[in-house]
Design a protein around this ligand. Structure first.
Ligand SMILES: [Zn+2]
Length: 368
């Protein structure tokens, strides 16, 4: 590793430690990471000049001169964008994973033309970018969460059943959304992105293998094994909503009958018992197939979803082969409906942590 590479590496290691572990003094950073205090001081000076970290007032009341703590700054952000059947949303998320601002338009998009919905998304994106500009923030990039099958390489959207979208070209999202051509923008499936957020900010802190179930008008899943989201051969994995529950059930947006989401999707009128039965029936196969450490119910399932989680857990414990020895816990997501938006910012914010030098020195004067 040459000197510039070494410097970049140290910047990344210190920033990552602050992002993952919270505020620390320079001395504590040196001790945690195993660098000299002189190196840490130089690295911190560089991170301060890029407005990536900020100094925090020390807690008072301690004996002796308290050390100034360093925390991740709130001025480097990414945009989390989402299209769903009932809303479009643009949020501003900082390096610590805090949602700083959000703009949304509600509505029923199930019969709307893609151009109309993308127009609404363009509007909320412009409002979020106005926040970025007005507050002197530096935007690292954006991510768009969509409820359908996406080619993760190109961003092409193949199908979003609940929007009735087929082959919608999202491969040039910057021009579609009115964003600067140089801004990195990724497009991905909403459940995969929510699982990524869960991995980073939620249940992933305790478990490296879990199945995240995203509740909405449609039902998706993000499968995480060994700390990575499993996407399948084409990026299509995790379509839990289209697992068959009832061959004589009602017609699904995908064309089949009796898919899980025709029973438990938002807006469906199933009883609490029927919902738990259907979710458990689909998840029983998942647990038997991949043996996750946990199942997490998120999206529309998570606010106040503990009763549903416990009902599903009871059914899984009674029906999966290994449950008698290793029952799979079912929990609700602490991230709530924001998980996909948070996950959508991960790629852009991770790029900053991996190479903090992509943020210019004194970014605030450069965006002004
Ligand atoms: Zn279906």
């Amino acid at each position: 590793m040459g000197l510039p590479d070494m410097r970049r590496h140290h910047l990344s290691v210190v920033l990552e430690h602050l992002v993952r572990s919270g505020p620390r003094s320079r001395a504590a950073l040196a001790q945690d990471i195993g660098l000299t205090k002189a190196t840490v001081s130089a690295v911190v000076a560089d991170l301060l000049s890029r407005a990536l970290v900020e100094e925090r007032e020390p807690a008072s009341g301690r004996i002796g001169r308290p050390a100034i703590a360093l925390g991740v700054s709130t001025s480097v952000v990414a945009l989390g964008l989402q299209i769903d059947a009932d809303r479009v949303e643009a949020s501003v998320v900082d390096l610590a994973g805090t949602v700083r601002a959000r703009h949304r338009r509600g509505g029923d998009h199930r019969e709307a033309e893609p151009a109309e919905v993308l127009g609404l998304l363009r509007d909320v994106t412009a409002e979020a970018m106005a926040d970025v500009h007005d507050e002197g923030l530096w935007c690292a990039g954006a991510g768009l969460a969509v409820p359908g099958l996406v080619d993760p390489e190109t961003g092409a959207l193949f199908v979003a059943p609940n929007l009735h979208w087929l082959d919608v070209d999202l491969t040039a999202p910057q021009s579609l959304l009115g964003l600067p051509p140089s801004l990195p923008v990724t497009v991905d499936n909403e459940a995969n992105l929510a699982a990524l957020a869960e991995l980073r900010h939620g249940v992933g802190r305790q478990h490296s293998s879990f199945v995240y179930v995203s509740g909405g008008v449609g039902i998706g899943a993000g499968v995480v094994i060994g700390g990575r989201v499993v996407r399948g051969a084409h990026g299509f994995a995790g379509e839990l909503g289209h697992v068959g529950i009832d061959p004589s059930g009602s017609r699904c947006a995908c064309g089949e009958r009796g898919c899980l989401e025709t029973v438990v999707g938002v807006g469906r009128r199933a009883s609490a018992v029927r919902r738990a039965d259907a979710l458990a029936a689909a998840l029983r196969d998942v647990v038997n197939l991949i043996d996750p450490e946990a199942v997490v119910l998120g999206g529309a399932f998570s606010p106040g979803g503990d009763e549903l989680a416990s009902a599903v857990a009871d059914r899984l414990h009674a029906s999966t082969l290994g449950a008698r020895w290793r029952p799979c816990p079912v929990m609700t997501s602490s991230l709530g409906p924001d998980a996909a938006l948070l996950g959508a910012t991960t790629t852009a914010l991770d790029a900053v942590v991996a190479d903090p030098t992509i943020v210019p020195v004194e970014p605030l004067t450069q965006t002004a």
